[in-house]
Design a protein around this ligand. Structure first.
Ligand code: MLT
Length: 205
């Protein structure tokens, strides 16, 4: 699935981490790939394109309305992304280089779903303005050894705190090491979020 799935790849320095960059709704792989250098100047970059369209905007999974996800589709698309990542690891000879997903909004949500359902494939995530991706369903594997950084605005109507709290509880109950950063404001990536992400990244490498 690597060559048939549009994506950006740049190898970065040998031995450096690879950042799996996941764009938000209406974004694209090029725009989010550009953010990688702000987190780690030497990292490899792998940025696939969301495979769902909503009114012409690219996304990662279908939804019935804002915050009302098609959970079956979330689960199916997370499996697709895990398969892509496994194939890309081989295709690009990434060996044992650490892969860290970095997602914004809808991209954070698919990164979280993938890490929760496929921890052997993906066990490091930075989630900007993400939320619990499985609606009212429970779903998690054993997440011992997984490390996630969850960054949100306290007043984010698109990623409400109740859902973020559900996410944190689910991650921790299943053994993940999940760190939370809450800042004032709403949906987006603040400079303080980028600083926190850079610091966190240095601790997981
Ligand atoms: C989602 O659909 O994943 C969230 O509502 C965030 C977004 O609008 O992309």
């Amino acid at each position: 699935p690597v060559t048939s799935w549009p994506h950006v790849f740049s190898p970065g320095e040998a031995g450096s981490p690879v950042l799996l960059m996941l764009h938000g709704t209406g974004g694209n792989e090029h725009e989010i790939a550009a953010l990688a250098a702000e987190l780690h100047p030497d990292a490899g970059v792998l940025a696939p394109r969301g495979q769902v369209q909503e009114h012409g905007m690219l996304r990662w999974f279908r939804r019935h309305g804002e915050g009302n996800f098609d959970v079956d589709d979330v689960i199916a698309r997370a499996a697709d992304l895990a398969a892509f990542l496994d194939a890309a690891r081989e295709h690009y000879n990434l060996g044992n280089r650490p892969v860290i997903a970095v997602g914004f909004s809808n991209g954070a949500n698919i990164g979280l779903a993938t890490a929760i359902l496929h921890p052997k494939t993906l066990d490091r995530v930075i989630a900007f303005s993400g939320m619990y991706p499985f609606g009212d369903r429970e779903g998690a594997a054993d997440l011992v050894g997984s490390r996630l950084l969850i960054l949100n605005g306290e007043a984010d109507s698109m990623a409400p705190l109740t859902s973020v709290n559900t996410l944190m509880a689910a991650l921790r109950q299943n053994g993940a090491e999940a760190e939370q950063v809450l800042r004032p404001g709403g949906h987006g990536i603040a400079h303080t979020d980028l600083d926190a992400a850079k610091e966190w990244l240095a601790t997981v490498l």
